[in-house]
Write a protein that binds this ligand. Structure first.
Ligand code: ZN
Length: 147
């Protein structure tokens, strides 16, 4: 098993620690980096897992991308796609929902598409989530070319 970031082969303790804490394979140096991001930006673990899955799929994502106003969980900037991981989406309040919609509207006005992915999709349907996001990126690419 190798580090998803630098491709270094992991030793047994690295492998165990990284799979148990993050559910992905990273060397100690890259675990440190990710843990720092999670701590400072409150990044959901599912965002990290989805980020690496999208990276593996060749979509060139950015984790915690600063859009000038706030930090986006994952951005695929060449097609102006923002991906936000939604926790507790079943218990979302009306206030939060309208705030989310406003955020989506503002980013849309700036040419960005925002997609909210419930964390359970990353947890239980990662493969299908990546497949659909790949399709969305391809669709956006065609639309961007058309402009
Ligand atoms: Zn590494």
């Amino acid at each position: 098993m190798n580090c998803l970031e630098c491709n270094t082969e992991l030793d047994r303790s690295e492998r165990t620690y990284s799979m148990e804490t993050l559910g992905i394979s990273l060397c100690n140096a890259h675990i440190d980096r990710i843990e720092k991001i999670i701590k400072t930006k409150h990044t959901p673990l599912e965002a990290v897992q989805l980020y690496y899955a999208l990276k593996k799929a060749g979509l060139h994502p950015t984790l915690e991308w600063w859009d000038g106003r706030r930090s986006i969980d994952i951005a695929i900037s060449r097609v102006k796609l923002n991906i936000e991981i939604e926790s507790n989406y079943e218990t979302i309040s009306h206030e939060q929902a309208i705030k989310d919609l406003e955020e989506a509207m503002l980013s849309f006005k700036n040419g960005f598409t925002t997609i909210r992915i419930p964390d359970v999709l990353v947890k239980y349907h990662l493969k299908d989530t990546v497949k659909n996001l790949t399709g969305i990126v391809e669709g956006l690419k065609i639309n961007l070319k058309a402009i």
